[in-house]
Design a protein around this ligand. Sequence first.
Ligand SMILES: *Cc1c(COP(=O)(O)O)cnc(C)c1O
Length: 373
Amino acid sequence: MSPFSDSPGSLAVDNVRTLAPYVPGKPIEELERELGIRNIIKLASNENPFGPSPAAIEAMRRAVSDTWLYPDGSGHVLRHKLAAKLGVAPNQITLGNGSNDALVLLAEAFLKPGLEAVYSQYAFAVYPIAIQATGATGVAVPALGSEANMHLGHDLAAIARAVNERTRVVFIANPNNPTGTWVTADELQAFVAALPSHVIVALDEAYFEYTVGLPLQNGIDWLEKYPNLVVFRTFSKAYGLAGVRVGYAVSHPTVADMLNRVRQAFNVSVVGLAGAAAALDDTPHVSAAVNVAIAERARLTARLQAGGARVIPSAGNFLLVHVGPKARQKYEDLLRQGVIVRPVANYQLPEHLRVTLGTVEQNDRFLDAWIAC
Ligand SMILES: *Cc1c(COP(=O)(O)O)cnc(C)c1O
C-alpha cells in the first residue's frame, strides 16, 4: 500500500478545509458551451459594460511588449498618480491584485487564531474567506430587518455591540455588495468614532464612483482624523478594468507598511499598472459610464417595481431584486434567453437575484427577458 493518502488535500489545515469557496458569476463562454447560443449578455459580476478608457487600452497594448520584464514592484507611477488624485501621500497606498488582494493582505497582517473580525450578514463574500484563511474567527452580525428603511443593510449598532477585546478588524462595505445598501456619512462617522483603538475599520468603497448624489462618505477624507481606518478602492468597477486586477488600500502609513510586508513583491502586472495609470486620467470616460449606470439604476428600479418585484435601494452599479421562491427558476429561464444574472443563495438570499446595470440596450434586453419568464 502506498504510504501516501489518496486525498492529500485532507492534510490542509482545518480552517481551510472548512472554507466555502467564492462562487463567481457564470462566464459567457460557459453558457455558450452549455446551450449552444450566441449573443449572450452577462449582467452578473458588476463589470462596467463600457469597458476601460480607450487611452487605457492603448497603454495596455504598449505595455504588452514589456511583459518579459517584472513589473515595478513598488508601483511607483500608479501610486504617485493615485496619491495626487486622492490628496494623500504615496506611502499611504498599497496596491493589490484587485482590491480582493488588498483585503486579504489586511487580514493576513492583522488577524490570527484567537482574534476576531466582524462583518454584516449579506456582506461581500470575500471577507469571511479572508478571515477564515488566517485562522481568526469571523463574526457575522444580523443585517437590518424589514422594519428598517435600509432592509438587509448593515446594522451598525449591532456591529458595534459585537466588538470585544479580541476584535481586530471590522469590515464595512459601503455600499455593500450584493445588497447595494449603504450607511450614511453621519451614521458611519458616529460608528467609527465610537470604536475602541485596537480595532481596524476596513471600509470597502468598491462602488464609490456610483454614489454621487447619495449621502455616503468619501472615507479617504477621514483618514487623518481616524488613523485606524483603511479604505479600499478598485479599478474593476467604474474604471472597467476587472480583467487586469488592480485595486488598492489607502491607510495610515504604518498600516501600509504592514500590508507591504505580506504583499507579494510583484502582485500587480505590467499590463495592469499601465492600464490603471492611463485610466485614471480619463475622468470623462468614467463619468459617462457612471451617469448611464445611475440613470439606468432608476429606470430599471421603476420598471421592475411596476412589474411587481421588490427592488432593494442601491448605491452601486447593480440591483438586488426580490423574486420569491422561484428565483432559481427565473435565473435559469433568463439563462435560456441568453441573459446571465447572479443568484445569491450563497449569501443566504435564495429568493433574490442580483442584476448588474448594463448598457441601455442590454438592460432593455434584460427587461424583455425578465417579463417573458
Ligand atoms: C467587486 C468588489 C470588489 C472589487 O474586487 P476586485 O478584487 O478589486 O476586482 C471589492 N469589494 C466589493 C464589495 C466588491 O463588490
